[in-house]
Design a protein around this ligand. Structure first.
Ligand code: FES
Length: 123
C-alpha cells in the first residue's frame, strides 16, 4: 500500500502559501513571498513546492532531487512553524488552514530560500 495521499479533484479554492525567502550568499535579508496554489493540484506539502517551482516561480530554491518516499531525509521544512517531512505531510480537506507558512528547516545554515545545509548545524 502506498503511503502517498491522493490528489482529490474537485476540492475548491486555493492555499495561500507564504514562504520565507533569502539568499545569504549575496547578502539578501529574509523576506516573505506569497503564492496561491490550487487545492486540487496538491496532495502533500512536497506537491506545493513542486507546483510553485514548476508553474509559478522557477526562482524559488527548494530541493529538486529526493526520494519522495521517506528514504533520503532531505525534504525537511518548517511548516506552520514546526519541522515536517514535506513528502509525508498530507494536505487534504482535513486541513483547516487556508494559509500555509513555509520556512527553511530551523537549526541549519540557509543556502538559499528553503534549501539548508544539513551538514552545517547552527544554534
Ligand atoms: S523526499 Fe526523501 S524523505 Fe522526503
Amino acid at each position: 500500500m502506498s503511503n502517498r495521499p491522493e490528489i482529490r479533484n474537485g476540492s475548491a479554492g486555493v492555499f495561500k502559501v507564504r514562504i520565507r525567502r533569502s539568499n545569504p550568499a549575496v547578502g539578501e535579508e529574509p523576506y516573505w513571498q506569497m503564492y496561491e496554489v490550487p487545492r486540487d493540484k496538491v496532495a502533500r506539502l512536497l506537491d506545493v513546492l513542486e507546483y510553485i517551482h514548476d508553474h509559478l516561480d522557477p526562482t524559488l530554491a527548494c530541493r529538486r532531487h529526493y526520494c519522495r518516499d521517506l528514504v533520503c531525509n532531505v525534504c525537511f521544512i518548517n511548516y506552520q512553524n514546526k519541522p515536517r517531512m514535506s513528502c509525508m505531510t498530507p494536505l487534504n480537506e482535513t486541513i483547516a488552514e487556508d494559509e500555509i507558512v513555509l520556512e527553511p528547516q530551523s537549526g541549519y545554515r540557509v543556502i538559499r530560500d528553503l534549501v539548508v545545509d544539513f551538514l552545517d548545524k547552527i544554534d
